[in-house]
Every structure is written in C-alpha cells, then in structure tokens.
Design a protein around this ligand. Sequence first.
Ligand code: UD1
Length: 310
Amino acid sequence: MTADRLTDQTILVTGGAGFIGSHLANALVAENDVRVLDNLTTGDRAHVPDSATFIEGDIRDDEALARATDGVDVIFHEAALVSVQGSVEDPLTSHEINSTATLELLEAARAEDARVVLASSAAIYGHPDSVPITETDPKDPTSPYGLGKLSVDHYARLYNELYDLETIALRYFNAFGPGQVAGDYSGVISIFLDQALGGDPITVNGEGTQTRDFVYVDDIVQANLRAATTDVVGEAYNVGTGDSVTIRELAEHVQAVTDTDSEIVYTDPRPGDIQHSSADISKATADLDYEPTVSFQAGLERTAEWYRSQ
Ligand code: UD1
C-alpha cells in the first residue's frame, strides 16, 4: 500500500467511540467504509460519525471481534484500558484488554491480511535515562499498562517478521484535545481545564517541575493516517512534538486560556511519576513524513473552547 491517503478501504477503528479513535473515525469516514468497535466503557456513541457502522462490543469478545474484522483492509487499534493507575489497581484486567485481546486482534488481522496500526505508548520507556527519547532507548515500564503496551508493540514487530503482516506501532506521548473527557485518571490537561472552568483549584502534583511532551490529537491522527499508507512496515515510532512544558507552566497556561481566578495548589507528588518526557520524532519525520502542525498553545485554546461548549 503506497497511496498518499486511504480511500475506498474497509477500515476498523477499535475504540472508535473514544478520544483518539473517534477523531480517527471522523477523519476517515468520508472516503472509506469505516467500522467502529467499542464497548462504550469510556467512549461515547455520540462521538462516532453517523456514516460509520457501529458495533457495540468488547474486544475480548471473540464473536464481536470476528464480526468487526471480517473483510477489513486496515485496522486502527485504539481500544485499551488507558488508565495507568487503573492498571496498577487491576493488572489482570489490564493484561486481558491491552495484551491478550490485542494479540487476538493481531491473529484476526493475520487471517484477513489486514494492515494494523497499533496504539503503543511512551509508557513503555518508563523512567528515561535522558530526553528526548529515541525509539531504541531502554524500555523499562513502571506500570502494568506500560508493560502491556510494550508486549503488543513487540508483537506487532514480530507479526511482521514472522508472518509478513503489515504492522506499525505508534508510541503516543501525552495526547490531548477536544473529546478527552476529564475523570480521575484522564490526562492532566483535561483535569486542569475541568478544574479551572469549574472554579476549583488547579492541583499540581509535587512541585510541578516534571515535564511532558503534549501532542494535539489532530497530529496523532496525522501520524496514524501516514502509518496506514507507508511502505515501511514492521516499525515503531514515537508520536509527540519534540517540545515539552513543565506541569507548573501548564497550570499557568490553563489559568490564562480559561481566564479564571482558580489558584494553583501543590499537592503530594504522585508515586512513581516520571520526571521528564519528550519525544525524539526524527524517525517518524524521516519515514512517515510526520510533522506536528498544532502548537501547544493553539491546541490548548481549542481544547479549552471545547470544554466551555460542553
Ligand atoms: C500519560 C497517559 C498514559 C500514557 C503516557 C505516555 C493519561 C491519563 N495517561 O501518562 O496513558 O501512556 O502519558 O507518556 O493520559 N498531574 C498533576 N495533577 C493532576 C494530574 C496529573 O500535576 O491532577 C501531573 C502528573 O503528576 C504528571 C503529569 O501531570 O506529572 C501528567 O500526568 P498524566 O496526564 O496523568 O499523564 P502521564 O502520567 O504522563
């Protein structure tokens, strides 16, 4: 597959009612036959485009998976148990969803000879020795979530080597944007915006000197679309921006974009929190022509706008 973009394909987006999956489904639906498989645990049916075929089901359910993968050309696998903290509390469920069910999905893809673009994560690296992080850096995940993503990131490569399946793993850094619903374990930007717009204090863990590479969801979508058509397969790529901000700076930006009087409060540091994270994206730029297009500031403004409209 070497086309510039995906057209006239039968595409499955797992987790397509969720944050990243629904943005992807929306980007694909005009020119392709899109199916969404989602169990609606954290996803929202309203975020699935009307013209997509919606299959309500769990990726652990063989029958639902078989129905969803029948005859597909490309699978974007976004369904996961995304809470790092949740995976610490319930490692077995995390493993069932993020590892075992993903392996089942790779088997289904093998039967269909479908390309798989898999959501991996920066969590596979654990505490980095240095930043920016390159794809070959040590992988030492600090949570069942990170370990589960590492296993399927490697399985994707192995399925290419062993069975010639076209697979690409995308290691997302800190994704944010409209549709990321604030909850106890959701991304920090959604939490801060929710706090600021609700008139509550913005809760920074520790001193807020930790840094993150926040990547806007449109750029995550861009990386996925490029991965779906590249002729370089069996590879894994960092998907971030190469820039990072401290959590304290983030809190200040959130105060500014929401124009609130919410004060910033400093709470206990989060156990096991990674201090510094930022992606070296040169491999994705070279192979996929991936280039972040939405600045942190612009992305934050758009995300705040979406929160206000909710
Ligand atoms: C995030 C993702 C994880 C992904 C990883 C990739 C979420 C929920 N987690 O983990 O799935 O694999 O990036 O790098 O999206 N913080 C506060 N106050 C809060 C909440 C968070 O100060 O109320 C701080 C945290 O201590 C942390 C930073 O914000 O230092 C980011 O936290 P979070 O959004 O949970 O993301 P990661 O832990 O980086």
